[in-house]
Design a binder for this molecule. Structure first.
Ligand code: ADP
Length: 360
């Protein structure tokens, strides 16, 4: 449905998008992820025909955005980071205005009514947009993007500045839209693509660094390989046993003591569930396992795993990647992971601040 080939965009000497190529199939929801300044908005703006590229080709359902911009734009609904709302209009006036602007031929009352139901804005239909909360404004922006029933919908950072409840609602809404539309969702929040997208394309410094099915990320998250184990027994000997146990790739003693029990961080080899064996082997020695806590992967770990997979895998098939602790991470991975982590923290702090919105 969307095909991007060798796309380049230079701003003077600054290369914002550096020869990127990827495709989005019909009905897919693809997350376009990257830290701030990675080139997401630039790419989105080229895709939607708002910005010209320096070189490369973009086609939407086979229509070249450069040679037939009007034909291509007809197929796209776009919600930019700042929704183009006219604050002095009512929702009704604004949607009717957009209906006319787009030259929409669908039955007006029915079409707008359906859109209002989809994005749940019927209760504010006659209100002036200025008086609406950020969450409602965002929904009005989405409603605008849906006019004309476009095959492709593009969202640029749709949940920035929303509170946690609004974020969940908008994500559910986007997920629902994916049933009837092809969706690209640009974001700097990894959890957002995990929650909503079938596939994830990661961009950093203008280059694609990963193009993965979301389940590959999710399996990395689900199959936790790290545990904190609380074990009663002599610390040195327990540690030696853990380190020698097949299936354990790493073990260290933590500075935690609970009576006669010490805590150890153990990491299993990929695909190995060590829990039962750990229990029986320790019991055989008379050392009681009194606690076992799975440690989730950090956002940075997940990100690095995804980048690893894309770099190390010759084929597209999902394949687990083994990373032993202390293995050198390359600079690019570390940089992107850290920036994403930082961005995610800021986002959570921002969302907490906005929790006071009162009309939803
Ligand atoms: P993102 O959306 O991922 O945050 P952008 O596409 O906005 O990234 O920006 C990519 C790079 O291009 C950044 O280095 C940014 O400073 C630069 N850039 C974006 N827009 C312009 C512009 N209009 N003029 C010059 N440089 C720009």
């Amino acid at each position: 449905m969307i095909k991007i080939e060798h796309l380049v965009k230079n701003y003077g000497s600054n290369c914002a998008v550096d020869d990127i190529s990827f495709e989005v199939g019909e009905g897919e929801i693809v997350g376009f992820l990257g830290p701030n300044g990675a080139g997401k908005s630039t790419t989105m703006n080229i895709l939607t025909g708002y910005l010209s590229s320096t070189s490369g080709k973009v086609t939407i359902d086979g229509i070249d955005i450069l040679t037939d911009p009007i034909g291509a734009k007809r197929l796209i609904g776009y919600l930019p980071e700042q929704p183009p709302l006219y604050l002095d209009m009512t929702v009704e006036e604004y949607l009717n205005f957009n209906y006319e602007l787009k030259g929409c031929r669908l039955d007006r009352a029915r079409h707008l009514g359906e859109i209002c139901d989809t994005v749940k804005i019927r209760d504010v239909y006659r209100k002036v947009i200025r008086t609406l909360s950020k969450g409602y404004r965002q929904r009005v922006g989405i409603a605008q993007a849906l006019i004309g029933n476009p095959k492709v919908i593009i969202f640029d950072e749709p949940t920035v500045g929303l509170d946690p409840k609004q974020i969940i609602e908008i994500r559910n809404l986007i997920r629902g839209l994916g049933k009837a539309h092809t969706v690209i969702l640009s974001t700097h929040i990894l959890q957002e693509v995990q929650a909503v997208c079938d596939r994830i394309v990661i961009i950093n410094k203008g280059k694609i660094v990963a193009n993965e099915k979301t389940e590959n990320i999710s399996s990395a998250v689900d199959r936790s390989r790290r545990f904190n184990a609380k074990i009663c027994g002599p610390q040195k000997e327990v540690l030696a046993m853990l380190r020698g146990m097949p299936g354990i790739s790493y073990a260290e003693a933590l500075a935690e003591r609970d009576g006669e029990a010490y805590t150890y961080m153990v990491e299993s080899e990929y695909g190995v569930d060590i829990r039962k064996k750990l229990f029986f082997d320790l019991a055989a020695r008379g050392w009681a396992l009194i606690g076992l806590e799975a440690l989730g992967m950090s956002l940075e770990d997940i990100f690095i795993t995804v980048v690893d997979q894309s770099e190390e895998r010759p084929s597209k098939a999902a394949r687990p990647v083994r990373r032993s602790r202390g293995q050198e991470k390359n600079t690019l991975e570390r940089e992107v992971g850290a920036t994403l982590l930082e961005d995610a923290k800021k986002q959570r702090a921002e969302a907490a601040l906005h929790q006071t919105e009162d009309d939803e």
